[in-house]
Write a protein that binds this ligand. Structure first.
Ligand code: PMP
Length: 395
């Protein structure tokens, strides 16, 4: 069967896809329907943090589907309660709202900051400030929050009340705040925007400004959270806590799950009936999430930190030989390699032909977000492939 052709015939054309049909994955390796093997430095776009089909995740899912697949949030379920407890015990937060994706977690955060601020400061407190080059999702609220305005084209009118400021510029943020502003939303490490970290002190200054002005601070850790940066949550590198954090992607080992975590003070603005999601906190996804949390806390994050340093060192060596590499950024296993060229798609395509899956972030950055269980040998192999690709391209 030609599933690429069938897909082209029947699936709406919203993605630019590579011509691969993936059928199986184990650890950091995936296989296509031709039996070819690829080293996966995309990991479902920072989703498969434990690698593909991790035995603990597979076992947790199997056990849960035998007992209950769905039960609705009219009732309680054990995996959801257990995952909420693990998230709260290991973060700044007190309460969790579960949904199914990153964009949905961000929508929940937009509603929560508005409800909280209107109740505490009056009807006109609804403005949200986000960052240039940020990415927060594709549904209308999160899309409006997204500071890469290329994604807005064709979808106006967007949601009212959003402003955008340059990332890492505290003066611009201060200047943008007015009497309507209720919250600031940012990614501690921007992913889609090209792997840009917050600068030293910036988060601290943002927190201080928010406290002075009575604003809430939302961290979108959909991409940089869940061990990706070498700590469970990226904000933990900077010693600054938000009022709300959003999570998704890696949280349930590949099943759809999103979460919004908030302090008690802020979370209490939501009352029964204020927000909901039919599948949010589904028991199967949450059982997988509990398994993910246990593995992450059981040593996987340490590997992410160590292997992140190892990968960065390898890339820095490559930069010596290939001056077309202009910068290497990121933390843990969330790494951006910026190239001094117009377009990195050639690099990504050639690497794929040589058995290495890579991802771009914008036009000039190759993003590397391999599973956090990656080994030295696998990193050496990836560096060798990238070296070969650059040599072949004569750059
Ligand atoms: N926030 C960030 C930081 C993201 O990277 C993404 C996805 N790339 C999203 C939100 C949206 O997540 P989802 O695709 O699950 O809606």
């Amino acid at each position: 069967m030609d599933y690429i052709q069938i897909g082209k015939d029947y699936i709406m054309n919203t993605y630019s896809r590579f011509p691969l049909v993936l059928v199986r994955g184990k650890g950091a390796v995936v296989y296509d329907d031709q039996g070819r093997e690829y080293l996966d430095f995309v990991a479902g776009i920072a989703v498969n943090n434990l690698g593909h089909c991790h035995p603990s995740v597979v076992a947790a899912i199997k056990e849960q589907v035998e007992n209950m697949i769905h039960c609705s949030n009219l009732y309680w379920n054990a995996p959801q309660a257990e995952l909420a407890r693990l998230l709260v015990e290991n973060s700044f937060g007190d309460k969790v709202f579960f949904c199914n994706s990153g964009t949905e977690a961000n929508e929940a955060s937009i509603k929560l900051v508005r409800k909280y601020s209107k109740e505490n400061y009056g009807e006109n407190r609804y403005g949200i400030i986000t960052m240039h080059q940020s990415f927060h999702g594709r549904t209308l609220g999160s899309l409006t929050a997204t500071g890469q305005t290329k994604y807005h084209n064709g979808f106006a009118p967007l949601v009212e009340g959003f402003k955008y400021v340059p990332f890492n510029d505290i003066r611009a943020l201060e200047a943008a705040i007015d009497e309507n502003t209720c919250a600031v939303m940012l990614e501690p490490i921007q992913g889609e925007g090209g792997v840009y970290e917050v600068q030293e002190n910036y988060l601290y200054q943002v927190r201080k400004l928010c406290d002075e002005k009575g604003l809430l601070l939302i961290f979108d850790e959909v991409q940089c959270g869940m061990g990706r940066s070498g700590k469970l949550f990226a904000y933990q590198h900077y010693g600054v806590q938000p009022d709300i954090m959003t999570l998704a992607k890696a949280i349930a080992g590949g099943l759809p799950l999103g979460a919004m975590i908030a302090t008690d003070k802020v979370a209490s603005a939501f009352k029964p009936g204020d927000h909901a999601s039919t599948f949010g906190g589904n028991p199967v996804a949450c059982a997988a999430g509990v398994a993910v949390m246990k593995e992450l806390l059981g040593g996987v994050i340490d590997n992410a930190r160590e292997m992140g340093d190892y990968l960065k060192a390898g890339l820095l060596q490559l930069k010596q030989i290939h001056p077309v590499i202009s910068e290497i950024r990121g933390k843990g296993l969330m790494i951006g390699v910026e190239f001094n060229m117009q377009e990195v798609t050639g690099i990504v395509n050639k690497a794929m032909q040589k058995g290495l899956l890579l991802l771009s972030a914008g036009h000039r950055v190759v993003r590397m977000v391999p599973p956090l269980i990656i080994t030295r040998t696998e990193i050496d192999k990836a560096i060798d492939v990238l070296d070969d690709v650059l040599k072949e391209m004569g750059v």
